[in-house]
Design a protein around this ligand. Structure first.
Ligand code: AVI
Length: 334
């Protein structure tokens, strides 16, 4: 059995020596809780450090990963229809906007209907928010960017209203698919509570389809998605003094038709003990033991409608790409 432990003994008691910064403590605590649980799991939110975000950008350009291209096609062709369906003047709110590349189609469409626009992106990355606010202000003289650097729920609580006739909230890219169903419901509920009746919510959702296409999208031939998954262990090594040998973990993506989700796991190919110094524990892996790192739920009209209705929205529009792989649903606050 391989032991990836440092020569010095590993402290396993308490959390006293974990870095004082809250983020690092959360990460250490979550890693310890997830890797000592049965079955083992790690939260997908930790996939996105700088390297993980760069790898995800590379995923969006892969031939197998059709999601980003399909949604771009929809927004490019139908953004004006979407703005007209919501009504204007409108202000845009976006959850997890990143560089707001796809959002620009909606911004362009809004400017065909009104001379000025308020855009309120909510993003956990202050660097991404700053960079996109700077770029948008220089591209669109009539835009006011009020970015909120926060997680979605606390960001929504900080939103202020600014006299626009309509609000349109955006949650694109099938990011909703990475939420467990209860988290998806609570996030939509929180969003509904900051909207008025008649306001819109544009929800990007990847649709159920042939499992082979789905599995290829999450396990590409070049191995970029595998590198994206394994980077989670690399991040534990870098930030928490972990001793993972990334080559002993295999990336697996499998579609579970009952739960309608892609399940992503890192599977230990050997029996091993891995010390994680700054989280103060040693994780034991049996040969073939998986860590669940991510789920990506896949939707249809029925599941989107149920989710929307439970949160106080009605489905009022639906646009798909030419291959009907992806849909943007317009939900209207009741
Ligand atoms: C960010 N999110 C919508 C991606 C997805 O398709 O679930 C994350 C991803 N994970 C592996 N590939 C893409």
């Amino acid at each position: 059995m391989r032991r990836c432990v440092p020569r010095r003994s590993v402290r396993t008691a308490g959390c006293a020596w974990v870095q004082s910064e809250t983020g690092a403590m959360d990460f250490a605590g979550d890693v310890r809780a997830g890797l000592t649980a049965t079955p083992k799991r790690l939260s997908p939110k930790y996939l996105y450090d700088d390297l993980g975000s760069a790898l995800f950008d590379a995923i969006t350009a892969l031939p197998e990963y059709y999601l980003t291209r399909a949604e771009t096609e929809i927004l490019k062709d139908r953004a004006v229809d979407i703005i007209d369906a919501v009504g204007y003047p409108v202000e845009l709110i976006e959850l997890g906007s990143g560089s707001a590349v796809k959002t620009r189609y909606l911004i362009d469409a809004a400017f065909t209907r009104q001379p000025s626009l308020r855009f309120c992106p909510i993003d956990i990355s202050s660097a991404a928010l700053d960079a996109s606010a700077r770029a948008l202000r220089s591209e669109y003289p009539g835009i006011v960017v009020d970015g909120i650097n926060a997680e979605y729920l606390s960001g929504l609580a900080r939103l202020s209203r600014n006299g626009a006739r309509r609000r349109l909230a955006l949650f694109l890219g099938s990011n909703i698919g990475n939420f467990e169903p209860d988290e998806a419901r609570s996030t939509l509920g929180a969003l509904r509570s900051v909207l008025d009746p008649g306001d819109g919510f544009l929800l990007g959702a990847d649709l159920k389809k042939d499992p082979q296409l789905l599995e290829a999208a999450y396990d590409d031939a070049t191995g970029v998605t595998a590198a994206f998954s394994r980077n989670l262990l690399g991040r534990i090594n870098r930030e928490l003094g972990g001793h993972f040998d990334l080559s002993t973990f295999q990336h697996k993506a499998r579609f579970d038709a009952v739960q309608s989700r892609i399940e992503i796991r890192l599977v230990s190919t050997i029996e091993q003990d891995v010390a994680i110094d700054r989280a103060g524990f040693v994780a034991h892996f049996d040969t073939g033991e998986p860590i669940h790192t991510e789920s990506a739920y896949k939707f249809d009209d029925k599941s989107i409608s149920a989710l929307a209705e439970a949160a106080g929205f009605s489905v009022s529009g639906r646009w798909t790409d030419a291959n009907s792989r992806f849909a943007d649903y317009l939900l209207t606050a009741r």
